[in-house]
Design a protein around this ligand. Structure first.
Ligand code: GAL
Length: 374
């Protein structure tokens, strides 16, 4: 029978439990009821994808579908996600919802899906270099980058609450981190952030002492916390050992932020922003980072309400399954290299320390306990 999810935890039926629990994640689930929807998620190392998968499964099951939910462990070398998606197709999935590990890595599977008229919805991450993607649900990814850079500039005092220059001419030292370059979102975040920082970099109000201002140098492969920590440590050793102060770190994702913060804390720069911790941005409002924001270790995060994203994906799926077309509000931004993918975009918001209760707790995204330290 259908899975039911309660209080953010998976309460599962037997067949589905194999898939959701991660044990036996490659096993197939027998289709029943209205049919089976394949949901391919990239990794369970990030809190958000776990809750995305759960919310999607709950919504689709509510509508009477069985869900074949699989996590790919961020693996590309072993083609795990490609194998999982192929298994979903072979197992008779009526529709696929995919958050890719490698945006361009599923070409053969998307071709097979198209040949069988299986609609494919790209979830948060654009599926690249294929015409086998029908629809894309995501957040305004360029706006995420703008929000991150604006928050960084606010944190160091160069712009005010409205994003207007305060007249403070600095100079302030910052370092820049990007996401995984096989994820189209990493490029969009970077573009939004760099466009926002550009005038301040040109005027010398903010400087990047490492000189690493190209996305390739700033990449964090697979959005890895550990790689971010390594890079931050080596930046500190190479460019800050002489006492040069670091005022801010542009981070595109909370896991990367936590890696950078770990390196900064170990470096003894001080455990609190007020005591000298650089301003560190983030994204996803992961509980571990919201705690750090409460502790004044991380400055901000960009919140994307993944409940709304999952709802949008479920609505799009049902539109296809009922013979219609999903709602689209952007047809100009997301060229995947082969086609302009019709997109449904959601908005984002920046969460600073003072916004946590209103935006994250009052809205029911977290209970206070889940983001309380200790
Ligand atoms: C991106 C996504 C971000 C973050 C990151 C790492 O694709 O847009 O919100 O989750 O992956 O998981």
């Amino acid at each position: 029978m259908n899975r039911r999810l309660a209080a953010g935890a998976a309460v599962v039926g037997t067949a589905a439990a194999l898939v959701l629990s991660g044990c036996g994640a490659d096993e197939e689930e027998a289709p029943s009821g209205a049919g089976t929807i394949g949901v391919a998620m990239p990794t369970e190392t990030s809190e958000r994808w776990i809750s995305d998968g759960q919310t999607l499964a709950a919504g689709l099951e509510e509508a009477g579908y069985d869900v074949d939910l699989r996590y790919a462990g961020d693996d590309t070398a072993g083609f795990k996600q490609a194998d999982q998606v192929q298994a979903m197709i072979d197992g008779g999935a009526e529709l696929l919802i995919i958050a890719a590990v490698d945006g361009a890595g599923l070409g053969d599977q998307l071709k097979a899906a198209a040949a069988q008229d299986i609609p494919v919805i790209a979830y948060d991450r654009l599926l690249l270099e294929s015409d086998g993607v029908d629809h894309y649900v995501t957040f305004d990814n360029y706006a995420v980058g703008v929000a991150q850079a604006t928050s960084l500039l606010q944190g160091i005092g160069v712009v005010d609450d409205d994003g207007e220059p305060t007249g403070d001419e600095g100079p302030y030292n910052i370092e820049l981190f990007a996401g995984s370059l096989d994820d189209n979102n990493a490029h969009m975040f970077w573009e939004g952030a760099m466009d926002t920082l550009a005038p301040y970099l040109e005027d010398g109000v903010v400087k990047v002492p490492s000189g690493q201002t190209e996305i390739v140098a700033a990449e964090t492969w697979r959005w890895s916390k550990d790689l971010a920590q390594d890079r931050m440590e080596s930046l500190l050793a190479q460019f800050y050992a002489d006492g040069t102060e670091l005022d801010g770190v542009l981070s595109p994702y909370d896991g990367v932020s936590r890696g950078a913060i770990t390196a900064l804390a170990l470096d003894g720069l001080g455990p609190k922003i007020a005591d000298g911790m650089p301003v560190v941005t983030g994204q996803d409002a992961e509980a571990a980072s919201v705690k750090l924001i409460r502790e004044k270790m991380q400055y901000s995060t960009v919140f994307k309400d993944t409940r709304l994203l999952a709802d949008a994906a479920v609505a799009a799926a049902l539109a296809y399954l009922e013979g219609g077309e999903p709602e689209v509000n952007d047809t100009e931004t997301y060229d995947n290299g082969v086609k302009m993918v019709p997109t449904y975009l959601l908005g984002v918001s920046t969460v600073n320390r003072g916004d946590i209760d209103e935006v994250l707790v009052d809205s029911g995204y977290y209970t206070d306990d889940e983001i309380t330290v200790g």
